[in-house]
Design a binder for this molecule. Structure first.
Ligand SMILES: Cc1ncc(COP(=O)(O)O)c(C=O)c1O
Length: 356
């Protein structure tokens, strides 16, 4: 029996093989593996693509979030409000700096943080709000930005799943003071290892993040901040430069596949389809449906050679690692209900018609 891929990265490599091999060879020939020419070229192109004044590449989406919080001086005693329904990295970086992730429940239809819940969580310790564009659809950024303005907070968009998505005609990553994305291989724009980027229109934040990603240095061996090694490899930048050429076409294919899925599944009882608000787009990093009989459906699909995934089975407030925060079951009922019923099916621009 044929087993299909959850995301077909091999087909993507085959399609771009000539250009990709040439790009990789060129990096090896120049042996400029750290901060080589491709990194600068990529940053210019990312800035142009998103409309954000600064695009600062870095070692992963997690590090993009971490560098952003470090640039804001987030420290023990501070609070950052975020969603409990995301990949652990979103809350992990807050806790890693000794600050407290404060969760606010999600909207039942989009699965993104509910702005009305955010307001209830603001205290004098709140420093920032970190909405996630889950599955590739931006959150209610206008409402979130205006709450932040009212309370003098900074908004960091976790756009790790939404590079390429639009909100009211503007690109995700450029919807708030800071935007962060991930180039993990399975992301809509993915490299061949780990990678990420931070976006901002603020010159000071940009300069500080550029310094923090190279050990807080301002010039060689002169260090203004305690920073980290958070650079993107030149090889990964070269991969991304090739893939960016094809990205708009891939986004179109993703949208087509998502709408075909929705068309075919819409009349099946017991399935809640992805819901995208009409003032924004999703890049469908995942095509995720809600079902009651999840285990049974996953088993049957698996038997038919169709892989599935669950993003995410345990909301962050119930993760063992977040035990010190003192949350309990029942604290975020929408996130908990969705995490019991959500499942993702194969998705990607190279999913063939017969596989679909
Ligand atoms: C919402 C979200 N935040 C953060 C991350 C972390 O990105 P990375 O895996 O590149 O560190 C991911 C990626 O899995 C993600 O989906």
């Amino acid at each position: 029996m044929k087993r299909i891929d959850f995301i077909d990265l091999k087909a993507q490599y085959k399609a771009y093989k000539n250009e990709m091999d040439r790009a990789l060879e060129s990096v090896c020939e120049k042996a400029s593996f750290i901060m080589g020419e491709d990194v600068g070229v990529l940053e210019e192109r990312l800035s142009e693509f998103t409309g954000s004044k600064h695009a600062i590449t870095c070692s992963s989406g997690t590090d993009a979030l971490l560098l952003s919080l470090m640039a804001l001086d987030v420290k023990p005693g501070d609070e950052v409000i975020t969603t409990p329904f995301s990949f652990i990295a979103t809350a992990e970086v807050i806790a890693l700096l000794g600050a407290e992730p404060v969760f606010a429940d999600i909207d039942e239809k989009t699965y993104n943080i509910d702005p009305a819940e955010i307001e209830k969580k603001i205290t004098e310790k709140t420093k920032a709000i970190m909405p996630v564009a889950l599955y590739g659809q931006p959150a209610d950024m206008d409402k979130i930005n205006s709450i932040a303005d009212k309370h003098s907070l900074v908004v960091i968009e976790d756009a790790c799943q939404s590079f390429g998505a639009e909100y009211k005609g503007k690109k995700s990553c450029n919807l708030s003071t800071i935007g962060c994305t991930s180039f993990f291989p399975s992301k809509p724009l993915g490299c061949y290892g780990d990678g990420g980027a931070v976006f901002t229109n603020d010159d000071e934040i940009s300069a500080k993040i550029k310094s923090l990603r190279v050990h807080g240095q301002t010039k060689r061996y002169h260090h203004k901040y305690i920073g980290m090694n958070g650079r993107l490899d030149t090889i990964q930048a070269a991969v991304l430069n090739v893939k960016l050429e094809h990205f708009k076409e891939e986004l179109k294919k993703r949208a087509e596949i998502a709408s075909k899925y929705s068309e075919k599944l819409k009349n099946i009882q017991g399935i809640i389809l992805p819901f995208v608000k009409n003032d924004r787009t999703s890049v469908f990093a995942q095509y995720s449906i809600r079902v009651k009989k999840r285990d049974e459906i996953i088993k049957k699909l698996n038997e038919a050679g169709i892989p599935t995934a669950i993003h995410y089975p345990v909301p962050m407030h119930l993760q063992e690692a977040c035990g010190h925060l003192g949350y309990k079951e029942g604290d975020f009922p929408v996130s908990e209900a969705v995490s019991r019923e959500i499942m993702s099916i194969p998705m990607g621009p190279f999913l063939k018609e017969d596989e679909l």
